[in-house]
Design a protein around this ligand. Structure first.
Ligand code: THG
Length: 369
């Protein structure tokens, strides 16, 4: 099997040593950094996420910090969502678009102070973009990638576990809200968030030298909840319809094609990059839509293919898939695809030509579950 060559260009997480001790078997590269994707038993990792609690090293979700008197102005100008009523301690899921309305990233934006924001980014070079825009606009703001590394604790038992560590704070936090706090000496931001729909938190470690200590602390307290290691779970995220930027999107996708329409404000007085383009797309209607695909029958086990696959309707190309998985809860092959809007709106049956024959599938609303 070919291997990835490690080098200083591929950064390691402060939890790297801890995940190796825990038996990590697979990594991907994300934001020029290694991210664990499996500990060797994906089915157990799924079951733990659905029925218990799992810990994921997601330090690859880097923070782009905006600090200074114009931080709020820059955060708004970069986000296609009206942030007027955003308060300190609140997180919001936003799209960052270019001037033509293409989606560049889909971060969670955290407001830590009136003059301090974090974009918790997906896999694209937003430090370059944010610095360039800040300078071109002449904004008085310092843009950096600070030493901050999120660690996700996900699953139905995550709240009990974190209440053991943080007391009532863990129970009181609302979805996407957060608080800057400490665990002993360890500086963290505790946020109710995470890339699953099973509930849970992310601890944004604010000093990488505590990586091992934080991981082991959660693992120790987590023993009574049978905590185990895991990673952002591909099967659960397709069932839940969570967007994977760069996977479900292509370089020219706009947020309406990526299922992010409800997070875009076109009818607003605030100004942001791409607003005119997004208004035009919104009134004309996007050409394609992100949709679930429900296969007529279970596809053979070699089908959950990592590549995009062409989708046709009566032989005519109508889009491509970005994920095909076997849903454990539906006991059916499901997928995600960007297809012509008319196909999605009509719910028309489509075909996919795979390794051993053609499979039929039907558009299905996201989330599946
Ligand atoms: N956590 C943190 N940073 C991140 C991610 C994360 N950065 C990269 C990536 N993930 C950003 N992408 C997403 C995509 C979806 C969601 C969160 C981050 C998500 N969406 C819900 C949904 O679509 O149903 C809820 C959105 C809402 O209601 O506001 O949770 O995971 N720190």
């Amino acid at each position: 099997v070919p291997q990835i060559t490690f080098s200083p260009r591929i950064r390691k997480s402060p939890f790297y040593e801890a995940t190796v001790r825990d038996g990590v078997t697979d990594f991907t590269v994300y934001n020029k950094m290694l991210m664990p994707t499996s500990f060797g038993d994906l089915r157990s990792e799924y079951d733990r996420l659905l029925g218990g609690v799992a810990m994921w090293d997601v330090s690859v979700e880097r923070q782009i910090q905006l600090l200074g008197p114009d931080a709020a102005k820059l955060a708004q100008y970069l986000s296609s969502r009206d942030l007027t009523n955003m308060v300190i301690g609140q997180g919001k899921y936003v799209a960052m678009c270019d001037h033509d309305g293409r989606i560049l990233n889909d971060p969670i934006l955290l407001k830590l102070a009136e003059d301090r924001f974090w974009f918790s980014i997906a896999d694209s070079d937003m430090l370059l973009w944010c610095r360039a825009v800040a300078s071109e606009r002449g904004f008085e703001v310092h843009v950096s990638e600070p030493d901050v590394s999120p660690l996700a604790v996900q699953g139905p038992l995550a709240e009990d576990l974190l209440a053991d560590l943080f007391g009532d704070l863990a129970r009181q936090l609302k979805y996407f809200w957060f608080e800057e706090t400490h665990l002993g000496d360890i500086p963290v931001v505790l946020c109710r968030s995470g890339w699953s729909k099973q509930g849970g938190f992310e601890l944004f470690l604010q000093d990488g030298s505590y990586g091992d200590e934080l991981y082991e602390k959660i693992k120790t307290v987590g023993q009574k909840y049978n905590i185990g290691p895991g990673a952002p779970n591909h099967v659960e995220r397709v069932e839940s319809g969570l967007l994977s930027w760069g996977g479900d999107t292509t370089p020219d996708s706009n947020p309406f094609e990526a299922g992010m329409a409800r997070f875009v404000d076109t009818d607003t007085r605030v100004d942001y990059i791409g607003k005119d383009a997004l208004q035009k797309i919104a009134s004309a209607g996007p050409r394609r839509l992100l949709t679930g695909l429900l296969f007529d029958a279970n596809a053979p086990s070699e089908w959950p293919l990592p590549e995009r696959m062409p989708v046709t309707k009566d032989g005519t190309p109508v889009g491509t898939t970005s994920a095909i998985v076997h849903s454990h809860r539906l006991n059916r092959t499901i997928g995600m695809a960007q297809l012509e809007r008319s196909i999605v709106e009509a719910g028309s049956a489509v075909e996919l030509a795979g390794p051993d024959g053609v499979q039929r599938a039907t558009p299905h609303p996201l989330p599946f579950l």
